[in-house]
Design a protein around this ligand. Structure first.
Ligand SMILES: Nc1nc2c(c(=O)[nH]1)N[C@H]1C(S)=C(S)[C@@H](COP(=O)(O)O)O[C@H]1N2
Ligand SMILES: [Mo]
Length: 413
């Protein structure tokens, strides 16, 4: 669902008024949470002890994986509260240590250059007034979401399942901006770069590229709004790319540079990092070699319980509501199935309101545990391309694209 917004003058005005107001906000979390609240959390894998932090600008309580550059995970209970992840609980992931601590919205320019008829240097005001605004609900999920569950373990950010979130992104079509510049014949890819950089020049700048057809598909957005507000600084203020259905590594934040290339991008972040095995679900055996690698791309379907977790207690003979979220990956959710007996029998869950094929979809079901002891509950999503979550998890050395039917063990008393 790519529903177009009506006039947005009042929110645009509000955006422009508040956009310049950031003072210097500290990006260096110390990992201490506010007194009186929980200060730590144990994620469900070995070495899963984490501090909780309230110390990052525009962020509420988050799980601290690393302070600089920040890796902040969304505590999973947040996903029980609705389809859309609140901006102040939305996860944060940066690669490079030098991130602007404030951005002057009035001076900001988005530059478009390379294989184009004319270079553009667009102010935020131009972006917001000279192109048709569109809004799209879409899941932003890190390629490494759930990496902490990989077995054997792999290096990289040891996320639980909270390196994802869903928001209504407001912005303009990348296609419209490229059309204004006029893409030359022979264009092959479009490269995106943001305001962040490494501390030393030798660190490869973070840049990602999309094929020209993908960049011009009308779905990829340059977003300046997130759930009706400006983007939080840590989620890419003032503009970020939104690539519906694709892993978040392409969703370049603080986007200020777009370059149309006449060849396939060979920069480090496309050619060396974020490569996956070119196998179904990017799945290989540990130690396996000799397979072809390709840049990570489309997401897979996933589903989760949000109101119960491993170890929750329920009463025999009493109905329990099950609630959760699902998403279809690169297309919509067709079905969510759940099992109360470890996968022997499956029933269809009720799907709640549809906010579009790239959005989270809430689901619910009723379940009555019969006998005291333990019940293993499972949930799986099937997307509208017929892709179904597998019973055994995929594996690759990068810890990318974790996908498996989720299960939780309940104590029935
Ligand atoms: N400029 C810039 N954009 C970036 C990154 C980055 O390091 N720099 N990281 C990418 C990766 S790998 C992820 S997972 C998402 C995270 O988006 P979020 O922090 O808004 O949740 O941002 C993407 N965009
Ligand atoms: Mo990521």
């Amino acid at each position: 669902m790519s529903n177009e917004l009506g006039p947005m003058s009042s929110s645009r005005r509000r955006f422009l008024q508040t956009a310049g107001l950031f003072g210097s906000v500290g990006l260096l979390g110390t990992g201490t949470a506010l007194a009186g609240s929980a200060t730590s959390i144990r994620l469900p894998f070995a070495n899963g002890d984490r501090d909780l932090t309230n110390e990052f600008p525009q962020k509420g309580q988050m799980i601290l994986l690393r302070g600089r550059p920040p890796l902040l995970e969304t505590p999973f209970d947040v996903f029980d509260h609705g389809v859309f992840t609140p901006n102040n609980r939305f996860y944060v992931r940066w690669h490079l240590a030098s991130i602007p601590t404030d951005v002057d919205a009035a001076a900001f320019r988005l530059n478009v250059h390379g294989q184009v008829g004319k270079n553009l240097s667009l102010s935020l005001h131009q972006l917001m007034t000279e192109f048709e605004p569109v809004e799209l609900a879409a899941v932003n999920q890190c390629s490494g979401n759930s990496r902490g569950h990989f077995n054997p373990r792999v290096p990289g950010g040891q996320w639980d399942n909270g390196a994802m979130g869903c928001a209504r992104w407001t912005g303009v079509r990348l296609k419209d901006v490229l059309d204004r510049a006029g893409v030359n014949a022979g264009a092959v890819q479009v490269r995106f770069n943001g305001l962040d950089s490494g501390l030393i020049p030798a660190t490869p700048d973070f840049m990602k590229s999309l094929d020209i057809e993908h960049a011009r598909d009308g779905e990829v957005l340059i977003a300046y709004g997130m759930d009706g507000e400006q983007l939080p600084l840590l989620n890419g203020f003032p503009t970020r790319l939104v690539v519906p259905g694709w892993y978040a590594t392409y969703w370049v934040k603080m986007l200020n540079d777009i370059e149309v290339l006449d060849k396939t991008d060979d920069n480090y972040w496309m050619a060396k990092a974020y490569l996956i095995p070119d196998t179904p679900h990017a799945d290989v055996a540990p130690g396996q070699s000799g397979f072809k690698s390709v840049p990570i791309n489309r997401m897979l379907p996933r589903s989760f319980f949000t109101n119960l977790r491993d170890g929750s207690r329920v009463l025999a003979g009493h109905a329990v509501s099950l609630r959760g979220i699902a998403f279809g990956g690169d297309t919509g959710v067709a079905k969510v199935l759940w099992s109360g007996d470890g996968g022997a029998h499956w029933q269809e869950a009720k799907l709640e309101q549809d906010f579009g094929k790239y959005s989270f979809r809430r689901w619910n079901a009723q379940y009555t545990p019969r006998t005291k002891g333990e019940d293993v509950l499972m949930v799986k999503a099937i997307n509208s391309n017929g892709v179904e979550q597998p019973m055994t998890p995929n594996w690759n050395a990068g810890g990318f694209m974790r996908n498996v039917v989720e299960s939780i063990k309940l104590t029935v008393g």
